[in-house]
Design a protein around this ligand. Sequence first.
Ligand SMILES: Nc1ncnc2c1ncn2[C@@H]1O[C@H](COP(=O)(O)OP(=O)(O)OP(=O)(O)O)[C@@H](O)[C@H]1O
Length: 250
Amino acid sequence: MRTADLTKAFRGLVALRNHAISVGAGEIVGIIGPNGSGKSTFFNLVTGFSRPNAGTIEFLGQSIAGLSTAAIVERGIARTFQGSRLFGSLSVRDNVLAAAQLRHPIGPLAAIVRGARYRERLAAAQHYADELLELMALKPKARQPASALPYGDQRRLEIARALATQPRLLLLDEPAAGLDSHETRILAGLIRTIRDRYGIAVVVVEHDMDLIMTLCERIQVLATGEVICTGTPAEVRSNSRVREAYLGHA
Ligand SMILES: Nc1ncnc2c1ncn2[C@@H]1O[C@H](COP(=O)(O)OP(=O)(O)OP(=O)(O)O)[C@@H](O)[C@H]1O
């Protein structure tokens, strides 16, 4: 995924200005920045929740700027949100199966006829859902309603739902918010496993610096809508503009 000159303004307020980043296959990249620096705006632009005023977004060599959210999922980009978007009354497993439908819908006719192709696709979706639940340590809770899960489990279920769409790029919006340090360490391991097993590129927006610094190979820092630094964790740590943005002095 690659952005260039990406700009988004809301009634005169420039939330993101001339943004540029390039994320390669299988890379884990972090995006950090103080509140209101444009991190969610960036995710919203890449995933089709809002349209840029200017600039380009390319994914797998094609422009995706301005496409619908559904078209972007179809191209292979999935995201999680800061707040929960689970179907509380559906079972854990059905939450994952419902998400799988977003990318590979089984048409209404196929569902009525229930031919060999329908059964094959359903079996494959169920197999993959079970694999994801196993990976996220949710298999024993597969039949419980999602609303019955403890908070940490719900956050992992949201990642499983995003993975069910079989993305090539996964965007995680504050995945560690509300988790304790033990749960955060487990989460970091899971994100690495996801990358290693499926070769998915991951972009993480997060306020938890420990997670970002230990997990990400590259980090981009935003402040008031502008990129102030992109580099390795060590480069970001020692960058004077980053210190200024966070601490108010260099
Ligand atoms: N839909 C919107 N309408 C008007 N202003 C918006 C909208 N979305 C974002 N903004 C403004 O754009 C700026 C960047 O917001 P954004 O949510 O991208 O920041 P952020 O870095 O994700 O912040 P946080 O860490 O608090 O989630 C802020 O000033 C915000 O108030």
